[in-house]
Ligand binder design. Structure first.
Ligand code: NAI
Ligand code: 15L
Length: 267
């Protein structure tokens, strides 16, 4: 095994579903792994350290980032929620993170963006990373803002980012839409590793998706990082197609963002 090239890697959202996957999967990539979430966490391995932090707290995020040479930013609101919640965790949170990265000289960020940045495109469309953004809610808007913050901090301060528009990262696809959008945990981990270690990424936007039969997204940008998807939703096809059918005019069958396009209003 080659020696890790990152001295101290910060993983936000470490208590979340994908954070728990990456906590294990990224262990070989860094000498030290700093785990953070607003939920309490414990370091259980010699290479780990744990710091609780609310991303909405600018001073706390500044202290959290000190000493880290790279960040995998998975923390925040991960579904459609009222704007005020999304504002604190995702919009202020991503600004606090990059501002801290600038102050502390952090060189590379991997940002968990989402397919909900382009959620209002039809499922019949094939998109590359330059496709018009069509966010499908406050959550998608916050991820779109995060991508803009990443671009700005590269153009102005040279901090490199790979923004991964993650499709659906779950143990297995839960419905017909996810047959196209599914990203296996193994492929997620391999993609994040490449995003952390690939040379000269500037700000690159990639789609995070496995090698599914009917993918809606161009995967050239992730291939350029050296990523090769090893899994496919195809092995789950019979199970998913046994589920009750979805009406053709249901948002779940119409739009790339699926049900997110029809959520809200809140209150
Ligand atoms: P999750 O909801 O399981 O994990 C998010 C974590 O962020 C939680 O542990 C939560 O406590 C933490 N968090 C929330 N607000 C916070 C705050 N203000 N300060 C500090 N921590 C806070 O979500 P999951 O599925 O693990 O997703 C991880 C990231 O990937 C999220 O940013 C999500 O938007 C993104 N993503 C996930 C997809 C998926 O299919 N799982 C698809 C597209 C994007
Ligand atoms: C996301 O961005 C969410 O974080 C996740 O919970 C799923 O809903 C996923 O997108 C999806 O579109 O399937």
């Amino acid at each position: 095994m080659t020696a890790p090239r990152i001295q101290r890697l910060l993983l936000t959202g470490a208590a979340g579903a994908l954070g728990q996957v990456l906590r294990k999967g990224l262990a070989p990539s860094a000498e030290r792994l700093r785990l953070s979430d607003r939920l309490p966490l414990e370091a259980t391995e010699a290479h780990e350290e744990a710091i609780a932090c609310d991303l909405a707290d600018k001073a706390a995020v500044d202290a959290l980032v000190a000493g880290c040479d790279a960040i995998v930013h998975m923390g925040g609101v991960s579904v459609e929620r009222p704007f005020e919640e999304v504002l604190e965790a995702n919009i202020k949170g991503v600004f606090h993170l990059y501002e801290a990265a600038r102050r502390h000289g952090t060189k590379r960020v991997v940002f968990a963006s989402s397919n909900h940045v382009i959620g209002f495109h039809l499922q019949t469309e094939h998109l590359d990373a330059d496709a018009q953004r069509r966010p499908d809610g406050y959550y998608g808007l916050s991820k779109s803002f995060g991508e803009d913050v990443a671009q700005f901090y590269f153009d102005r301060w040279g901090i490199e980012t790979v923004s991964i528009r993650i499709g659906s990262a779950f143990p297995e696809p839960a419905n017909r839409r996810m047959m196209s959008t599914w990203l296996s945990f193994g492929d997620l981990t391999r993609l994040v590793e490449k995003a952390l270690l690939a040379p000269k990424v500037g700000h690159t936007v990639v789609y995070g998706v496995s090698a599914n039969r009917d993918v809606w997204w161009d995967t050239g940008a992730s291939a350029a990082l050296g990523f090769v998807a090893q899994d496919s939703s195809e092995v789950f096809r019979a199970k998913v197609e046994a589920l009750p059918p979805v009406a053709p005019d249901d948002p779940a069958a119409l739009y790339q963002g699926g049900a997110f396009t029809a959520m809200g209003p809140f209150g």
